[in-house]
Design a protein around this ligand. Structure first.
Ligand code: ADP
Ligand code: TRP
Length: 334
């Protein structure tokens, strides 16, 4: 088993990133046997699709590294690095640009969502973003790729590229990666609107819980979260059509490990006035240790850079045989 995943180092982490992505990475790392390996990286080469000043970009990479370690990624057990330190990603991306088809990329819904009406003004980088992602995955012969639901299409593209490359050059080089998409906690919704996903790009800070929010801020946000006047139902079925209520119960269930049915049974007939303090408490207790470790780790840039340097060296040597074989398969002398 080769587990690999990446996250763009853009801005602060929030509860959606933690429950939808990072917590699953930590679980997979903790369940690994000695034969298996985990690669987790900061997709800083992908982040050039978002304009950012030099200093901010450097800060973002170190902060995201600190956040991942704080959340439980152990740089001694998992390979933790940033893409820019491992040039094999950019090199394989270029080789795969000969294999990927414009028609395939035209179908990518994330690209369409991100460019909106201004397709002509979008960067080429944003268009070929999924090819770099395919390179990230195929370089390490990843078998399992834990991602959010929104990345499923990019994984399918990586498989299509792998198949076409193997066929076109008559090799058996790239391994087919499978997405690992958690059923529960796949989508944490905004605290202000149960139909929009919790996101760092939401202009309202009250819509999300950031990993840097202190205990009081978390409590305040939960207490002010949008709900409806109905009491909690006996079973989760009774949450149908109640987006905000269903999101809060979902968060409680994910954090506590109990099912939404069990949470409803516990709070049946009570209003959100009773439920919210319990949810707030659970969030505070879960996030406090992560926040404290994060704030401490981010004070030591040299230590963070040392972690990333070590990870990059391991990643580069793991990637080298595949990269070399790809050049060779194409008849490119290196
Ligand atoms: P954002 O929407 O805040 O910009 P990103 O797109 O950078 O977040 O997502 C980083 C990772 O976190 C991805 O793996 C994504 O699937 C996951 N993720 C982001 N928001 C949520 C959410 N609201 N619920 C569950 N997972 C999420
Ligand atoms: N595109 C992913 C996201 O937005 C991040 C990413 C880049 C990634 N390369 C990857 C995820 C490789 C999994 C595997 O969340």
């Amino acid at each position: 088993m080769r587990v690999l995943s990446g996250i763009q180092p853009t801005g602060n982490l929030h509860l959606g990133n933690y429950l939808g992505a990072i917590r699953n990475w930590v679980r997979m790392q903790d369940e690994m046997d000695s034969e298996s390996q985990c690669f987790f990286f900061l997709a800083d080469m992908h982040s050039i699709t978002v304009h950012e000043g030099r200093e901010q970009r450097i800060r973002n990479v170190r902060d995201m590294a600190a956040a991942l370690v704080a959340a439980g990624i152990d740089p001694d057990r998992s390979v933790l690095f940033n893409q820019a330190r491992v040039p094999a990603h950019a090199e394989l991306c270029w080789l795969l640009n000969g294999t990927a088809r414009i028609g395939w990329l035209n179908r990518m819904t994330q690209f369409k969502d991100k460019v909106g009406k201004d397709r002509e003004g979008a960067s080429i980088g944003l268009f070929v973003y999924p090819v770099l992602q395919a390179a990230d995955i195929l370089l390490y012969n990843a078998t399992h790729v834990p991602v959010g639901e929104d990345q499923k299409q990019h994984l399918e593209l990586a498989r299509d590229i792998a198949t076409k490359f193997n066929t076109d050059f008559g090799v058996d080089l790239f391994t087919m990666p499978a997405p690992i998409i958690p059923k529960e906690s796949a989508r944490i919704m905004s605290l202000r609107d149960g139909t929009a996903k919790m996101s760092k790009s939401d202009p309202s800070d009250m819509s999300r819980i950031n990993l840097t929010d202190d205990d009081d801020a978390i409590m305040q946000k939960v207490k002010k979260a949008k709900t409806d006047p109905e009491p909690l139902p006996e079973t989760a079925e009774g949450l149908a059509g109640r987006a905000e209520a269903s999101n809060l119960v979902g968060i409680f269930a994910t954090l506590s490990g109990a099912t939404p049915d069990a949470i409803c049974a516990d709070f049946a007939g009570k209003g959100f006035g009773a439920f919210k303090p319990a949810l707030g408490e659970l969030l505070v207790e879960t996030l406090r240790p992560i926040r404290e470790r994060f704030l401490q780790l981010r004070t030591d840039d040299a230590a963070l850079d040392a972690i990333l340097d070590k990870g990059a060296a391991k990643a580069a040597s793991a990637a080298e045989p595949t990269l070399r074989a790809a050049y060779d398969a194409m008849g490119l002398m290196r």
